[in-house]
Design a protein around this ligand. Structure first.
Ligand code: FMN
Length: 330
């Protein structure tokens, strides 16, 4: 639909609806110094000969270097490279410091851990309004299989594949709960934890005991109140009888302190807990392998978003200071 007055912000937002990957393009300038910019204007042009293009703002500090270089390297960023993308999107800073660089055709710096990389010889440079369009012939490329970083509507995103089987109709009389978030979360948790539970039971432990031991494996020397605060979200019974039972079986020891009784893992308790955690990690890997790397990244990303957006202020289990603060304030 045409817009009456051409609003640049609206134009930018409209272009932003086109979902892209994110690249960093590098080159070595005539002065021998490396340059690099984050760019999502990258696109494929031709298969035979193999050619790609991207565009660079005329205001870019690296413009002259790219014009003179004769070669450039395109790095298609992986989902974990958001920080690197931000670093190369800032003008002037020392963008390459601390990065383990290789060397591409024409001396262009080659960045590690990308989804894919293309080494190019610059074939044409065209005028494109306030940008220059660089077209390059691809002389070498490689691909890691890492899931890509995505850019959508001005924000980073991750790619996930669509489920191809039709979702069940969410009607009240045909099992409304099948598409109901708490049902899906609960069922997914049950099905994943079910496998871990088998190991826990084989080790003679209850779920509550396993949760307590694994919390103390992160950091022990916690009071009962601190353990309870950290595990309240799991509905865990961390009462004195459970702790005392673990002590009686030689898995925990209690130490008096001016604050309260502090609970520590015994050597045997630590050994057994670390073994169980290693088993749980293996089960996690198997489950995530079944999803594939892309969907594993997307799933964890969505779950973290959900945890953050619905957090009623639970203590962070992994941060000693926040746990102390919450427990002390409770
Ligand atoms: C996701 C993303 C995509 C970008 N795409 C482009 C692009 O295609 N072309 C461009 O000139 N700048 C693009 N930029 C902005 C440049 O990365 C930024 O202006 C950079 O600071 C230029 O560096 P320089 O001035 O040191 O050369 C993008 C920035 C981000 C965050």
């Amino acid at each position: 639909m045409p817009i009456p007055a051409f609003d640049p912000r609206e134009f930018r937002a409209t272009l932003g609806t086109f979902t892209t990957g994110v690249t960093i393009i590098t080159a070595r300038g005539a002065d021998g110094l490396p340059v690099g910019v984050t760019a999502n204007s990258f696109n494929s042009v031709s298969l035979d000969p193999p050619m790609v293009l991207w565009s660079l703002a005329k205001s870019s500090r690296s413009l002259q270097a790219f014009q003179q270089a004769g070669h450039f390297a395109v790095h298609i960023l992986s989902a974990g490279q958001e920080e690197l993308s931000n670093r190369f999107a800032k003008s002037g800073a020392d963008k390459f410091s601390g990065v383990n660089l290789g060397e591409a055709a024409g001396g262009a710096p080659l960045l590690p851990d990308c989804s894919a990389r293309l080494q190019c010889r610059t074939s044409f440079v065209y005028e494109g309004g306030d940008h220059l369009i660089f077209v390059g012939e691809v002389v070498a490329f490689d691909r890691s299989g890492l899931p890509p970083l995505v850019f959508q509507a001005g924000k980073y995103a991750v790619a996930t594949r669509k489920v191809t089987t039709p979702a069940p109709a969410a009607t009240l009389d045909a099992g409304w709960s099948e598409d109901h978030l708490p049902y899906l979360l609960g069922r997914a948790y049950f099905q994943v934890y079910f496998r871990i539970r088998e190991q826990v039971r084989a080790d003679g432990l209850s779920d509550d005991e396993y949760f307590i031991l694994s919390t103390l494996a992160v950091r022990d020397g916690r009071t009962q109140a601190e353990i309870e605060a950290g595990l309240s979200h799991a509905g865990c019974n961390c009462g004195f009888p459970v702790l005392a039972g673990l002590r009686q079986r030689g898995l925990l020891r209690g130490e008096d302190s001016p604050r309260d009784l502090l609970w520590f893992l015994s050597d045997e308790g630590r050994r057994r807990t670390l073994q169980l955690i290693a088993g749980a990690k293996d089960i996690e890997s198997t489950v995530l392998d079944g999803l594939g790397e892309w969907d594993a990244v997307a799933l964890k990303n969505l779950l973290k978003q959900l945890v953050l957006s619905t957090d009623p202020g639970l203590p962070d289990l992994w941060s000693p200071s926040s746990l102390h603060a919450t427990a002390a304030g409770a």
